[in-house]
Write a protein that binds this ligand. Sequence first.
Ligand code: S5P
Length: 230
Amino acid sequence: KIIQQKKSNLCVSLDYKKTDKILEVCDLVKDYVVMVKIHVDIIEDFSLEFAKKLEEMCDRSNVLILEDRKFADIGHIFKKQFTGGIHRILSWCHLITMHALVGPGPLRCFQECADLDRQGVLLIKEMSNQGNMLDKLYADKCVALAQQHPEVVGGFIGQSSSPDTNMLCVMPGVNRVVKQDQADQRYKTPQQAVEDGADIIIVGRGITASHNPRTEAEIYRRLAWEKYQK
Ligand code: S5P
């Protein structure tokens, strides 16, 4: 619904260390995105007041918040990581990422404690970085797991189209200029990502490291949206 309303299938990854910067850039890009993604565990000055401000800004602009924690532990610990600690992710996120390798346990725990009318999980089906171990067999098992939990799983983090049309393919590793970073990241262009099956593209440094994140977000939005329309 939000994709259609905003004519956007862009998610910006706000991988900053400081909360002020996250709020500042979120404010700049909010009209062009359907979702912002954060890594709460890289933030140095996290507070629940920050989470509240982010939530309010996103609510006003119809933007979902994805916490990219990539949970991968037993259900008992997942529940503590998701609901507790200093971050209390449950209290402010719309979506979280989770590795499929742990099986159904954490998904059941999510179902017990989350508000399923507004919160869900993206399972990590494939990864963008070089040398990762998520092969075709793993991806197939991930899809099967998702299909057993449709009330919780809204889609995948992946590099290829979702085999299930009820599930979104959310694709990171997108940059319109470079093909890789200094470490193991691999990029495709926004157009290629949509061609490969992305319903939503995730762009981090392509936008956050640019001189003008607002202008850059609008460019990524247009490139991905035009291709998605086709
Ligand atoms: O396979 C993946 C999965 C994810 S969620 N590859 C990724 O790069 N990501 C995340 O997307 C990663 O954690 C980072 O936050 C973002 C990519 O950032 P960029 O600056 O390389 O665009």
